[in-house]
Design a protein around this ligand. Structure first.
Ligand code: GAR
Length: 223
């Protein structure tokens, strides 16, 4: 990505394709699977070179191994956050990662970590940001009584769920449905949105101005 007078423009493509992805997760790993499926089908011109978890019991690790994808664990013991993040960063770098994909990674990354991979960390969040950042976003939205919930894919900055928005999918709340049903439908939206938005990011040519990420008009392949 190159600086253009106060804004940033991603090259075309963003990284040489297939791009090399590291997926960070803490649990189930269904978004990881959606990304891996999209890589396998060719819908996403990328390869997952590493699945990395902060929890040894994350089900996503086994799902990665079953696909023949390298899976590693870096738990944080009693050590300072900086030391843990240095180990995460070392793994990510030695895998030759282009883009770090957070997929249910339930740790807030420090500004120093984010700076190491500036504008190269992507996250999926289960709400229409900037509404309902943080934990249990689906429940927050349900309990707030929203009529339209949804999912967001965004670049990660130093704040919590505050980075430039790259993609969103709305999920209208159905009369009478409960929080669990809504969360399940938001998850389905995440599985569509994450690979599709990442594919658009990999195409490159998008610009960040202030807090806004703007994609080029269709057909405009200007680098
Ligand atoms: C997903 O709903 C994801 O959006 C959420 O955790 C879940 C992980 O599910 N992430 C966050 O809330 C981050 N703020 P998965 O492990 O099945 O992909």
């Amino acid at each position: 990505m190159t600086a253009v007078g106060g804004s940033f423009r991603a090259p075309v493509p963003w990284f040489p394709l297939p791009a090399r992805l590291a997926v960070l997760l803490s649990g189930r790993g269904s978004n990881f699977e959606a990304l891996a499926d999209a890589c396998d089908s060719g819908a996403l011109p990328a390869r997952i070179v590493l699945v990395l978890s902060d929890r040894a019991d994350a089900a996503g690790l086994e799902k990665a191994r079953a696909r023949g994808i390298a899976a590693a664990v870096e738990e944080r013991g009693g050590e300072p956050r900086a030391a843990h993040e240095a180990r995460l960063a070392g793994r990510i770098r030695s895998a030759g990662t282009d883009v770090v994909c957070l997929a249910g990674f339930m740790r807030v990354l420090s500004p120093a970590f984010v700076e190491r991979f500036e504008r190269r960390i992507v996250n999926v969040h289960p709400s229409l940001l900037p509404a309902f950042p943080g934990l249990e976003a689906q429940r927050q939205a349900f309990e707030h009584g929203v009529k339209v919930a949804g999912a967001t894919v965004h670049l990660v900055d130093a704040g919590t769920d505050t980075g430039p928005i790259a993609g969103q999918e709305a999920v209208p709340v159905r009369p009478g449905e409960d929080a669990a049903n809504l969360a399940a439908r938001i998850l389905e939206a995440e599985h569509r949105l994450y690979p599709a938005t990442l594919a658009a990011l990999l195409d490159g040519g998008w610009v960040i101005e202030g807090r806004c990420l703007r994609f080029p008009a269709p057909g405009n392949t200007e680098a």
